[in-house]
Write a new protein. Structure first.
Length: 327
């Protein structure tokens, strides 16, 4: 018998009927929401999927014959099979998987990789269209918790844009979920600073708790199946981060290369990678040192420039290799 994934945010979602689960930082972040999607659907919630996308909306619309353009060059939904294969198309791969493996024509919404004002407009359109009463932003990795002044902040800007956009929505419940401590090796994320930020969020009553994605849960088995079948499909450019989370959830400890990923460095897998961390989106947004700097940036490049210039004079918190006092 499969166990149920017990989410520490279930109480916050008790009155929610329609939940939007969205990838915060682009790429395969939407896949980080799949176990949550499965768990909430099992509770009877209506769940919709979206992603801050690295694929241009116009390209997605062209290769997805059942696509639905809501806002030109900003918000498009893809469902069913794609017209021709694209190696890197997380949203299309996921929509096609649902169509081929479950018979569902589930729409996966793409939000263009742009600035906060437009991203918020896209989310507002989805909230109105789908009558959403809770939004869960999902991060594959933990750099969404960075403020911007850390040496080892990772690629936090995309997450910051999504967090700022969602923080301003008129929705009762707004949650950030992050999974994959230790997976962001190439990004050189400093987990000492990440934990320091979690402690600060805890003091602000912004930390909703953790739960483990264990192999005996139906939610993990669903996630593992989707990841395995999508990433091994011919021509697919798979996710580095999920290729580390999945084996860690299975109990792998130490170096491992799941699916013989071509770009897998010597990553040390541990149970920390299998933990979900949940936070209040608004309070994460309030601690950001970058969100205000990029609030009016019209596109991603402008946001990157504004963040770089705005942080230039700020003292950076240095990287720390201080180990946790565990014996």
């Amino acid at each position: 018998m499969h166990e149920r994934l017990h989410l520490p945010i279930e109480g916050l979602l008790a009155d929610a009927r329609r939940v939007l689960v969205a990838g915060a930082g682009g790429g395969y972040d939407v896949f980080a929401g799949l176990p949550i999607d499965h768990a909430l659907r099992a509770l009877g919630k209506e769940v919709h999927l979206a992603n801050y996308s690295f694929v241009r909306p116009d390209l997605a619309a062209r290769v997805s014959p059942r696509s639905e353009v809501v806002i030109e060059d900003l918000l498009v939904g893809v469902r069913g099979p794609t017209r021709r294969p694209i190696g890197y198309f997380p949203e299309g791969h996921l929509a096609q998987w649902f169509y081929e493996q479950t018979g569902e024509e589930r729409t996966v919404w793409l939000i263009d990789k742009t600035g906060i004002p437009a991203v918020r407009r896209a989310y507002e359109a989805l909230v109105d269209r789908l009558e959403i009463d809770a939004v869960i932003l999902c991060d594959a990795g933990v750099d969404s918790l960075m403020r911007g002044d850390e040496d080892g902040a990772g690629t936090y800007l995309e997450d910051t844009i999504s967090i700022a956009a969602v923080a301003g929505l008129s929705v009762p419940v707004k949650i950030l979920a992050a999974i994959g401590v230790g997976t962001e090796v190439e990004e050189e994320v400093c987990h000492f600073r990440m934990l320091e930020n979690v402690a600060a969020l805890t003091r602000r009553a912004a930390f909703h708790g953790v739960c483990a994605l264990t192999p005996q849960t139906a939610a993990f088995q669903f996630y593992e199946r989707v990841a395995t079948e999508v990433f091994t499909a011919p021509g697919c450019d798979p996710s580095r981060i999920h290729s580390r989370i999945v084996p860690a959830c299975r109990g792998v400890f130490g170096p491992h290369n799941w699916l013989d990923h071509p770009r897998q460095p010597n990553v040390f897998h541990s149970p920390l990678m299998a933990l979900y961390w949940f936070f209040d989106v608004v309070k994460v947004h309030e601690r950001s040192l970058v969100a205000e700097l990029i609030a009016d940036a019209p596109d991603f490049l402008a946001a990157a420039r504004a963040a770089r210039y705005g942080l230039a004079a700020r003292k950076i918190r240095p990287r720390s290799s201080q180990p946790l006092p565990l014996r």
